[in-house]
Design a binder for this molecule. Structure first.
Ligand code: PCA
Length: 210
């Protein structure tokens, strides 16, 4: 008898990508514009998008809720880091919340732990150095940053890493201001140039999924 075997195609992989709304008196957040511009799939990999509120409590809850629904293999979070001149990829998150300005719900934690008794640092499990060198080889700029700060972005990265453990690869990318934000004394990049870097990072990741 000939053995028959059902060949089942693996269901499509998913990359979950988040961005933030405007905050701190700005009318726009470049990450929201980038999220809008990203396609629904890249190289056959689903791109699941979520726009998060700039709120210490709500942002991680909304992201983790969607994470549990779509079981992505990668979670890539985008945030604005005004003052930086290049796109940067974060090495780790710290177990602390220090707000210099209130978040969009009026919450302003100072020196509080994100998770009482949690690890001091949680490290991104993305292949950061590999991604940086592949991006640089394409003639684009991407640098490593030691941590995601102490504001909402750091909290979301910390909580997402704590949730995913090693079930998904989780990373955070911070982007500079764009010209349209008119922070004339601060460095900025063209939106299209930031988008190029982000799109290429996603493309590199989708190839790892093939
Ligand atoms: N940047 C902030 C929060 C939202 C955003 O885009 C941060 O770096 O924490």
């Amino acid at each position: 008898m000939i053995e028959s075997r059902k060949i089942r195609k693996d269901s499509k992989k998913t990359i979950l990508i988040s961005a933030f709304s405007a905050f701190g008196g700005d009318g726009i957040n470049p990450t929201e514009l980038i999220l809008d511009k990203l396609p629904k799939s890249v190289n056959g990999v689903n791109i699941e998008k979520i726009l998060l509120p700039v709120e210490f409590i709500k942002a991680p809850l909304e992201l983790i809720d969607l994470y549990n629904k779509v079981s992505p293999s990668y979670v890539i979070m985008l945030g604005q880091a005004g003052g930086r001149s290049k796109v940067t990829i974060e090495e780790k998150a710290k177990n602390v919340m220090n707000a210099r300005i209130a978040d969009n719900s009026g919450n302003m934690p100072v020196g509080e732990a994100i998770i009482d008794g949690g690890e001091s640092f949680l490290y991104s499990n993305l292949p950061i150095d590999e991604i940086i060198s592949e991006i640089n080889n394409k003639g684009l700029e991407l640098e490593k940053s030691s941590d995601a700060g102490e504001y909402v972005c750091n909290t979301v990265l910390y909580r997402m890493l704590n949730e995913a453990k090693d079930k998904a690869k989780v990373g955070f990318i911070h982007v500079p201001f764009i010209k349209e934000q008119n922070h004339n004394d601060k460095p900025f990049m063209e939106l299209d140039d930031i988008y190029d870097v982000i799109y290429n990072i996603i493309e590199i990741i989708t190839k790892k999924e093939e």
